[in-house]
Write a protein of this length. Sequence first.
Lengths: 224, 224
Amino acid sequence: MIKIQQSTLYGEAAARIRDMINEGQLLPGTRIPEKKLCEQFGISRTPLREALKVLASEGMVELLPNRGARVVRLTRQMLEETYSVMGALEGLSGELACRYISEAEVADIQALHYQMMAHYKRREIRPYFEFNQRIHDAIMLASRNEVLRETHASLNYRIQRVRYATNMTDEYWKQAVADHEAMIDCLLDRDGERLGTILREHLRHKLVVAAASGVIDDDRTDPC
Amino acid sequence: MIKIQQSTLYGEAAARIRDMINEGQLLPGTRIPEKKLCEQFGISRTPLREALKVLASEGMVELLPNRGARVVRLTRQMLEETYSVMGALEGLSGELACRYISEAEVADIQALHYQMMAHYKRREIRPYFEFNQRIHDAIMLASRNEVLRETHASLNYRIQRVRYATNMTDEYWKQAVADHEAMIDCLLDRDGERLGTILREHLRHKLVVAAASGVIDDDRTDPC
DNA sequence: GAAATGAATTATGAATACAAAACAGAAAAA
DNA sequence: TTTTTCTGTTTTGTATTCATAATTCATTTC
């Protein structure tokens, strides 16, 4: 049986705007011009406005009544707050994953880990990120908690654009890889408590790098 | 200077639908009739549909393409997942609160605690809940993390209707009060780690009661 | 020259109109 | 009787329209 995935215009629009924000085509703090995007997407304002409502509750844009939608700025404060919350969520995912994960899933994650390591050794940052993300996703899935997964995903959207702009120092990269090595050990031992701790720490390290990425919109004059 | 709070129709509508769900006027699994609600609220379909998009990303309703909106069912599984995530979030709030809370805020929480205790002794469940919630909110505020607060609030919406239907056993109620006593001690000692642990435990206790509340929509035939 | 005022323009918020899909019920076929 | 097909109705998704609030920019005033 083939699953028909019914797509809606507002869903498509939301996804495209999300990408545009992450890729820097829509800049933080700037207005999102409804009319322009409607023409670009070839849709009317109704579904586009619905998409903006969705993005607003995801925290990607902010809606100012009668003044339109703006791309939210990633302040340092907000980034710290978000990483703190994501740390708690990923920590929980680690704890739960160790309780429920199957042998096969652990093996899959190990495989992903080795692929990631290969890209690390070759200093191929994009593919490295790719596999890195897939490992974290796999742990999320293993936690058998959809609410957790969705909540995490929603926060993750907001900070994706940081990742697009991150430049890793050798020192941090080494640390990140070490974290991942330890994570694999925890999974093999089913040591949920320690995996949770490592993941929370891991997120704290990520914050440091992210904060230095240059997409932070602090101390810019805010014309609101 | 008076702050003008600009309200939008879709925001109002979202709030009203939320309340209707929590108060049982819109039943889980049932369709949300656009036309009817439009007439009831005296608005057109456009803002109402926007409200539904917001509620959908909050997890209050689910949108089936071309088949309208339904109130999501609270399955036991989902309730467990949600409490698990909220436990992690409240745990974090406890840890952070101990780092940042002021003397005055601790005093306020103590005052709320004594008011809550008064209602506990008189077995006045509604006011007890009221103060209980206010204490948890106050800790959230003290954590100085808006992202955390909003994420928690969003999850809290979904399970509010359980709280409306909870009947407390004496045993659980006693336990809950004991938890709260311990929480106050932690705040006074600024013992974040322990407060975090207590809050996570506290949420686990809440789950047990909630699961027995009778608003769980398991094993009902699903006509989808 | 800078700030303030006001009309013209533009964008947003909400209502209405139209197209397409889902639903319901009657009639026909197995 | 049960199943299927067809048709009319209802409901949803999207486009369009209209009213109102915000913005812009030229003009006036200090």
